[in-house]
Write a protein that binds this ligand. Structure first.
Ligand code: ADP
Ligand code: MG
Ligand code: MG
Length: 902
C-alpha cells in the first residue's frame, strides 16, 4: 500500500498524517481533526480525501486515477483499527461522511451519519449494542433521511412529515417515545419516500453508499447556493472541498450517551467560563436541529463527572494550543468521550476585543497578534448605540443584519406613508417584502428598513448601507401584507402605526420600543470613560489595542470636518488634522442671498460687493476651525459644487414668478433668478461647471476664499494659535488649471501673510482620471495631493453614485460583478490603479509631495490597508470613522512588517 501511494498522486490522508496548517489540502474540518489526533485527544479514527481529489473530479466528471484504490486501502486500515468491517451484517463498522472546505460555506452538502447500515447490518448493530433494537432502527432511519436529503435531493420535509406522523400516531411530541417497532415502521415509510423521489431503492451495498456520499460532497461544491456565496464573499471558485470519513461513535445508545457543543470562552462577551449545550441520548445533528431541549453544559458534571472533567481538560489544552477561542463538537458513547470537531470559534465584536486582551494577559499572544485578531468592522459595530435588552424583550423574528444600528419606530408599509409620518416628526420603520427603486423616498424618510426577503446584497441592504441607515433584511418569519397594512409574525398581527425595533447588527426584530443605550466604546473615545478606572473589560481591551495600533501605524489619520464642532469631536476621537474641510456650507442659510447677488451681478462692482460681504463670514468660520485644530494641519477645499445648487429649484421659481405676476407685483428679481437658473441648467451637473472651473470662470470667487483662509490663519497666529492651512483646489484635470489658480492665490497669500510667519500650502484633489494620469505634471504645481476617491470612483466607472446605488447595484452584487460596492471599499484594480499611478508619478516629480485621501474610503478597513501599501501619508474620514482608520492603519503596519517610524 505505501509503495503504491508514493508513485501515484496522494489523494487520501489518514488523520495521523495531517495537521492544522494543511487547510488548503484537507479543508478546515480535516486539518483540525488531524491536529487533535496528533495532540493525543480521542478522535474516532478516519481519513480525509483531499481538495485536490475534488478538483480533479470536478474538472473531469469522474474520480481521478488511483482515488478508488487509496480509499479502499484507507478503509481497510480503518477496519483493522476498529476490528469491524463496513456494513458487516454481524458487527458493522459505520462511518460518517462529512464535507469540509477551507472556509465553511452555506449551501454545501453537510454530513451523512451511519453510512454502512442496511436491512441486514441493522440487526447486527442491534445485537452488538446489547439487543438495543431501538437504537439500531433509530440510526437506520437517520441514515435514510440524511442520505436521501443530502445525497439524492429528496425534499427533507417529506421525512419530517413522516416522523411527525409517527409521533402523532403514538400520541407524543418526543422522538424518544418512539420504540423499536415504531422506528422500523418509519424506516419503511422513509424507504418509500426515497424510492418515490429517486426512482430506485435505497442502496443496500455499504461501499456504494460510501462512494455516492463522497461524490455528492464533491458535487455540492458547485451547488447554486455555494457558488453564489463564494462570489459574494470573494472566495476563489477553484478551492474545492475535502471529504472526511470518520468511524461513527454513538450518542444515542442510552442515557449514559449523548452529544454536545462547547466553547472555551463565551463567544458573546468573551468572558471566561464554561459555555455549551448538551443533549443526552442523541446523535450530533439533534443539538443544532433543536429537536429536544438541550441542557447547559455545566449539568454534564452531575450526569457524568469523569467525561465532564476530561472535556474541560481537553478544552484547556486546545485553547492553549490554538492560542484562541475554540469551539468543539463532542459525543459521549456509554461514558467514553470522543472529540468530533474543533475550530477557532466565531465570536461577536465585543468578544473579539475582550478575548484578544485576555490572551495577551495570559501570555499566549503578543500585542501585534492581538491587533491582528480584531478589525475595524468590529470596532465600527461597537460604536453604534445598542438596544438595552432585558428579559422583557424577546425577538419575534431574526433576519440578516444588513446595515448596522439600532432603530425603533412606527411601522409603515409604503414609501408615501413613511414620508408623511416622518414629516410629522415621527420615527418610522419601513416594512416591505422587498424594496425597489420606487421605495427610495420612504427609505430616506425612515429610521430603519425591515424586509422579509433578500440577503446582504438585496436592494434594501445595499441602499441602506449606502445611506448609513439601519436595515434588517430577509426576516422570513414575517409575513407582510402591504394592501392590508399589517404583518404577522409568530401568530401576532402588527398594524401600521404599531412600534417595532430592529437591530441591524444581529438581524433581530422586536415588538415595541426597546430602549437604546449609548456605546461605551464611544464614551471612552470621547473621554467620558477612563479605562484605567472602570471595571469594563471591553473598554480596557479597546484602549490597550488602540494604543498599540497608534504606536505601530505609519499612516496619519485626519478627519473630514466642516465646522468647529465636528473638528472638536474628531480631535477627541484621535484625528491628527483635517483632511477635508468643505466650504460649501458657508454659502448656505442666510448667506444664500449673498450668493444670489453674486450670481446675478451685472457689473464688476456688484460682484465685488457680494464677495466682500461673504469674506468676513467665511473668515470667521475658518478662525473657529483653526482654533479647534490648534497645531494641526487643516486642508480647506475651495468651493466645489455647481453654483445653481445654491439657487431655488426651477419649478418653484416659475410658480413664484407666475403668482407674483398675477398679483401685479414687481417680479424683476424673480425673473432674473429664473433666467439665471435656466441659463445655468446642466444636463450632467456632475460633469459641468464646478470645482476649479468655477474658480476660473467667476472672477474673484477663489480669491475671496484664499483671502478668508489666510486672514483667518494670520488672526489665529497673532492670537497664539498655531494655524496650518492647506488650500486644496478641487476637480483639477490639467496642470494649467492649477497653475492659473495658484499664481493668483500666491499673490494674495504673500500680501496677507506679511511677517506673521503663517505658511500656506497649495495643493489639489486628484479626483478626475486625467489628473491621476498626468500626476507627474500636476505635481510640479502642487505641494500636496488628496485623492477624492468618491469622484474618482464615479468618473473611473462612469456612473453617479446617487443614480446607481438604487437602480442596479443590487443586481451587480448578485451577479458578482463586484463583491462589494466600489463606493464602500476601493476598487483596487481600477480606481486603485489610478491612485497608485498618481502617487508614484507625483512623488517622482516632487519627492516631498504630501499624499492623502479624503473620500469615504479613508474610513473603510480594506481601503486603509490599500492606502498603506501605496504609501500615502494620511487618510481622512468622517469623525466617527477616525478610530476605525487608526486601528486599521495599525493593523496594516503590523501585517506588512512596517514599524513605528512615525
Ligand atoms: P457540520 O459542519 O454541519 O457541523 P459535521 O460534519 O460536523 O457537520 O456533522 C454533523 C453532526 O454529526 C455534528 O454534530 C457531528 O458532531 C456529528 N458527527 C459527525 N461525524 C460523527 C461521527 N463519526 N460519530 C458521531 N457523530 C458524528
Ligand atoms: Mg460540525
Ligand atoms: Mg469631488
Amino acid at each position: 500500500m505505501a509503495a503504491q501511494e508514493t508513485v501515484e498522486h496522494k489523494y487520501v490522508y489518514d488523520f495521523a498524517e495531517g495537521n492544522k496548517d494543511l487547510k488548503d489540502l484537507l479543508g478546515g474540518k480535516g486539518a483540525n481533526l488531524a491536529e487533535m489526533t496528533n495532540l493525543g485527544l480521542p478522535v474516532p479514527p478516519g481519513f480525509t480525501i483531499t481538495t485536490e481529489a475534488c478538483k480533479a473530479y470536478l474538472s473531469t466528471g469522474s474520480e481521478p486515477e488511483g482515488l478508488a484504490g487509496q480509499i479502499e486501502a484507507h478503509l481497510e486500515s480503518l477496519e483493522r483499527a476498529m476490528g469491524k468491517r463496513l456494513g458487516d451484517p454481524e458487527d458493522p463498522l459505520l462511518v460518517s461522511v462529512r464535507s469540509g472546505a477551507k472556509f465553511s460555506m452555506p449551501g454545501m452538502m453537510e454530513t451523512v451519519l451511519n453510512v454502512g447500515l442496511n436491512d441486514r447490518s441493522v440487526v447486527g448493530l442491534s445485537a452488538q449494542a446489547g439487543r438495543n433494537d431501538r437504537f439500531a432502527w433509530d440510526s437506520y432511519r437517520r441514515l435514510i433521511q440524511m442520505f436521501g436529503k443530502t445525497v439524492c435531493d429528496v425534499p427533507g420535509e417529506e421525512f419530517e412529515h413522516a416522523l411527525d406522523d409517527a409521533k402523532r400516531a403514538k400520541g407524543t411530541e418526543n422522538d424518544l417515545d418512539l420504540d423499536a417497532d415504531d422506528l422500523r415502521g418509519l424506516v419503511d415509510a422513509y424507504k418509500k419516500i426515497f424510492a418515490k423521489h429517486t426512482g430506485r431503492e435505497f442502496p443496500q451495498e455499504p461501499r456504494e453508499q460510501l462512494d455516492l456520499a463522497i461524490r455528492a460532497v464533491f458535487e455540492s461544491w458547485n451547488a447554486d447556493r455555494a457558488v453564489l456565496y463564494r462570489r459574494q464573499e470573494r472566495i476563489p471558485a477553484d478551492l474545492g472541498t475535502a471529504v472526511n470519513v470518520v468511524a461513527m461513535v454513538f450518542g444515542n445508545l442510552g442515557p449514559d450517551s449523548g452529544t454536545g457543543v462547547a466553547f472555551t470562552r463565551d463567544p458573546g462577551s468573551g468572558a471566561q467560563g464554561i459555555y455549551g449545550d448538551y443533549l443526552a441520548n442523541a446523535q450530533g445533528e439533534d443539538v443544532v436541529a433543536g429537536i429536544r431541549n438541550t441542557v447547559p453544559l455545566q449539568e454534564l458534571e452531575r450526569m457524568d463527572k469523569t467525561s465532564y472533567d476530561q472535556l474541560l481538560s481537553f478544552m484547556a489544552r486546545l485553547e492553549e494550543h490554538y492560542k484562541d477561542l475554540c469551539d468543539i463538537e463532542f459525543t459521549i458513547e456509554r461514558g467514553k468521550l470522543w472529540m468530533l470537531q474543533t475550530r477557532v470559534g466565531k465570536r461577536t465584536a465585543a468578544a473579539a476585543f475582550v478575548i484578544a486582551g485576555q490572551l495577551v494577559d495570559e501570555g499566549l499572544i503578543d500585542l501585534d497578534e492581538a491587533l491582528h485578531r480584531v478589525n475595524g468592522a468590529q470596532l465600527a459595530q461597537l460604536m453604534f448605540p445598542r438596544f438595552q435588552l432585558d428579559h422583557e424583550f424577546q425577538p419575534v423574528a431574526k433576519g440578516i443584519g444588513a446595515s448596522p444600528g439600532a432603530a425603533s419606530g412606527k411601522v409603515v408599509f409604503t414609501s408615501a406613508r413613511a414620508v408623511e409620518l416622518a414629516a410629522e416628526g415621527e420615527s418610522v420603520i419601513l416594512v416591505r417584502r422587498e424594496t425597489n427603486p420606487d421605495d427610495l423616498n420612504g427609505m430616506i424618510a425612515a429610521k430603519g428598513i425591515l424586509t422579509s426577503r433578500g440577503g446582504k446584497t438585496s436592494h434594501a441592504a445595499v441602499v441602506a448601507r449606502g445611506m448609513g441607515k439601519t436595515c434588517v433584511s430577509g426576516a422570513d418569519e414575517i409575513d407582510v401584507n402591504v394592501p392590508g397594512r399589517t404583518f404577522t409574525v409568530g401568530g401576532q398581527t402588527v398594524r401600521e402605526g404599531d412600534v417595532v425595533s430592529i437591530d441591524g447588527t444581529t438581524g433581530k426584530v422586536y415588538l415595541g420600543e426597546v430602549p437604546v443605550m449609548p456605546s461605551e466604546v464611544v464614551q471612552y473615545f470621547e473621554g467620558s470613560l477612563d479605562p484605567e478606572h472602570i471595571d469594563n473589560a471591553l473598554v480596557r481591551a479597546v484602549h490597550r489595542i488602540m494604543t498599540h495600533a497608534d504606536g505601530k501605524r505609519r499612516l496619519a489619520v485626519r478627519t473630514n470636518a466642516d465646522t468647529g464642532a465636528d473638528a472638536a469631536r474628531a480631535r477627541r476621537f484621535g484625528a491628527e488634522g483635517i483632511g477635508l474641510c468643505r466650504t460649501e456650507h458657508m454659502f448656505l442659510g442666510d448667506r444664500r442671498e449673498l450668493v444670489e447677488r453674486l450670481i446675478l451681478a451685472r457689473s464688476e462692482a456688484e460682484r465685488n460687493a457680494a464677495l466682500a460681504a461673504l469674506l468676513p463670514l467665511q473668515r470667521a468660520d475658518f478662525v473657529e476651525i483653526f482654533r479647534e485644530m490648534d497645531g494641526l494641519p487643516v486642508t480647506v477645499r475651495l468651493i466645489d459644487p455647481p453654483l445653481h445648487e445654491f439657487l431655488p429649484p426651477l419649478e418653484q421659481l416659475a410658480v413664484n414668478v407666475a403668482v407674483a405676476q398675477e398679483r401685479g407685483e414687481d417680479v424683476a428679481k424673480e425673473e432674473a433668478l429664473l433666467a439665471a437658473v435656466r441659463r445655468m441648467h446642466e444636463e450632467n451637473p456632475m460633469l459641468g461647471l464646478r470645482g476649479v472651473r468655477l474658480g476660473l470662470v467667476i472672477p474673484g470667487l477663489f480669491a475671496m476664499q484664499v483671502r478668508a483662509i489666510t486672514e483667518a490663519a494670520v488672526e489665529c497666529v497673532r492670537g497664539g494659535t498655531v494655524a496650518k492651512p492647506e488650500i486644496m483646489v478641487p476637480l483639477v484635470g490639467a496642470v494649467q488649471e492649477l497653475e492659473t489658480v495658484r499664481a493668483e492665490a500666491e499673490k494674495i497669500i504673500a500680501e496677507v501673510v506679511g511677517d506673521s510667519g503663517v505658511e500656506v500650502l497649495i495643493g489639489t484633489m486628484i479626483e478626475v482620471p486625467r489628473a491621476a494620469l498626468t500626476a507627474g505634471q500636476i505635481a510640479e504645481a502642487a505641494q500636496f495631493f488628496s485623492f477624492g476617491t468618491n469622484d474618482l470612483t464615479q468618473m473611473a466607472w462612469g456612473f453617479s453614485r446617487d443614480d446607481v446605488e438604487g437602480a442596479f447595484f443590487w443586481r451587480y452584487l448578485e451577479l458578482g460583478i463586484f463583491g462589494i460596492s466600489p463606493f464602500e471599499s476601493i476598487d483596487r484594480d481600477g480606481v486603485g490603479r489610478l491612485v497608485r499611478i498618481a502617487a508614484e508619478e507625483g512623488r517622482a516629480a516632487r519627492p516631498e509631495l504630501k499624499l492623502g485621501v479624503c473620500g469615504e474610503h479613508g474610513g473603510d478597513p480594506d481601503s486603509v490597508h490599500f492606502f498603506h501599501e501605496v504609501g500615502l501619508d494620511y487618510v481622512s474620514c468622517s469623525p466617527f470613522r477616525v478610530p476605525v482608520a487608526r486601528l486599521e492603519a495599525g493593523r496594516a503596519a503590523v501585517e506588512t512588517g512596517g514599524s513605528d517610524s512615525r
